[in-house]
Design a protein around this ligand. Structure first.
Ligand code: GLY
Length: 422
């Protein structure tokens, strides 16, 4: 098979890394890819948002399967476009991807389907939102309706923070149209969990649960980010809890989308809070999580291409149970100074080879580029240093041992990934 992966971050590096291990693969392309991906796939200089050029490339290169990494091309309708051209592509249609591209749509769907989820109110008018806040206990969660590259969620612990978030979105238009509708959501305490599941629109097959660390600083302080680290599996997620997540959250989401005429095919990601009343869905995403993928795929024993193919051909029910490696995986994200607001770039990166020489360590590249044959930073999240081990503490020790070899100017990372709550 000739496979095209779309995207150029750590998630896409992990996808390419796992796909390249399949005996069914003859060629892998990645658009646009990055210097790490270039060691495994032919990188093609087409941006993930340029869906017409991606279609032409897939047609000209007789691509058998295209796998979409990020949400933006899904929002732009890449799956609809490829399907119209009779090309096989892994991911949901533009309509089905609304589960991620509109938080208001997702919340309505969850309420309608009886999916446990925190209560929320929608606003487009700043003064009405501020009036609501004055009568509401803190903390609250303020969410932009549209896509915001990890910048659309504010957990406000004080009224002043909440009011500023409303002003930023509805008056200052800091996220443009993505923030012109907002949701003010009840804050729910508990342990957060990411559950990614494959679905062909009918059968839903969950992958191992993982946990990611959204705040920039240790002990969950500071701004929300795309994710500063992750680990998998999560030991508290036993078979009974996973069955609850499947029957109370994942399957009803897929069934409701099908009943609305938008069958969902691809990877469905549920961000879940484990509360004393059971699991509650905080959000759904329409693609693999980043950096959750960097810890789940290293534990996957089954051929990923078999799974992706079964989703696309609507045959997930015929696939034997997914097999997993024993042990655990931990990923520590190395980020640029200034991330998530305004990351510094163009800093030379040292020590990656040494880190990769540690047994069980894989460094997934994200915001990186080659400048005159020197690996340099080009974005907020730069590298995802992932280690597998026989248990969580071994994996964690190896990940941090590898991190200690890597440096770049302004490098920041969390020191508490997988320290507790395993
Ligand atoms: N790590 C969170 C996400 O992928 O949305």
């Amino acid at each position: 098979m000739r496979v095209l992966v779309i995207g150029g971050g750590g998630r896409e590096h992990a996808l390419v890394w796992k796909i390249s291990q399949s005996s069914r693969i003859t060629n892998i392309f990645c658009a646009p890819g990055n210097p790490g991906i270039a060691a495994l796939a032919k990188c093609v200089p087409i941006q993930a948002s340029n869906i017409q050029d991606l279609l032409s490339f897939a047609q000209n290169q007789s691509i058998d399967l295209t796998v979409v990494g990020p949400e933006a091309p899904l929002a732009n309708g890449i799956v609809d476009l490829f399907r119209q051209a009779r090309l096989r592509i892994f991911g949901p249609t533009k309509m089905a991807a609304k589960i991620e591209t509109s938080k208001v749509f997702a919340k309505d769907l969850m309420r309608r389907s009886g999916i446990p989820t925190p209560s929320a109110k929608t606003f487009t008018d700043a003064s009405q939102a501020q009036e609501y806040l004055r009568k509401h206990d803190m903390p609250v969660v303020i969410k932009a309706d549209g896509l915001a590259q990890g910048k659309g969620v504010v957990v406000a612990t004080t009224l002043a923070e909440a009011k500023k978030a409303v002003t930023d979105l509805l008056e200052q238009h800091m996220l443009g149209p993505s923030g012109s509708t907002i949701m003010i959501e009840e804050f729910v305490a508990g342990n957060e969990l990411s559950v990614m599941a494959l679905t062909d629109g009918n059968t839903v097959t969950p992958l191992l649960a993982s946990r990611d660390y959204k705040r920039i600083f240790d002990h969950d302080q500071g701004k929300n980010t795309g994710g500063m680290g992750s680990f998998s599996p999560v030991n508290s997620v036993n078979i009974a809890l996973m069955n609850r997540i499947l029957t109370e959250i994942l399957q009803p989401t897929v069934d409701t989308l099908a009943s609305l005429g938008s069958p969902y095919r691809g990877l469905l990601y549920a961000g879940i809070m484990l509360t004393p009343d059971g699991p509650k869905a905080l959000e759904c995403n329409a693609r693999f999580g980043d950096p959750e993928t960097q810890v789940v795929l290293p534990l996957l024993k089954t051929d990923l291409v078999d799974l992706l193919d079964a989703v696309v051909t609507h045959q997930l029910d015929t696939i034997p149970p997914i097999e997993w490696h024993e042990g655990a995986a931990v990923c520590v994200v190395l980020a640029s100074n200034g991330y998530p607001s305004c990351p510094d770039v163009d800093k030379p990166i040292y020590g990656v080879r040494k880190a990769e020489n540690i047994d069980g360590v894989t460094v997934f590249y994200a915001g990186t580029k080659m400048t005159d044959s020197v690996l340099t930073t080009s974005g907020g999240r730069v590298l995802g240093v992932t280690a597998t081990g026989s248990n969580h503490s071994t994996a964690q020790e190896k990940a941090y041992e590898a991190v200690a070899h890597i440096t770049f100017d302004g490098m920041q990372y969390r020191k508490d990934i997988c320290h507790e709550g395993v």
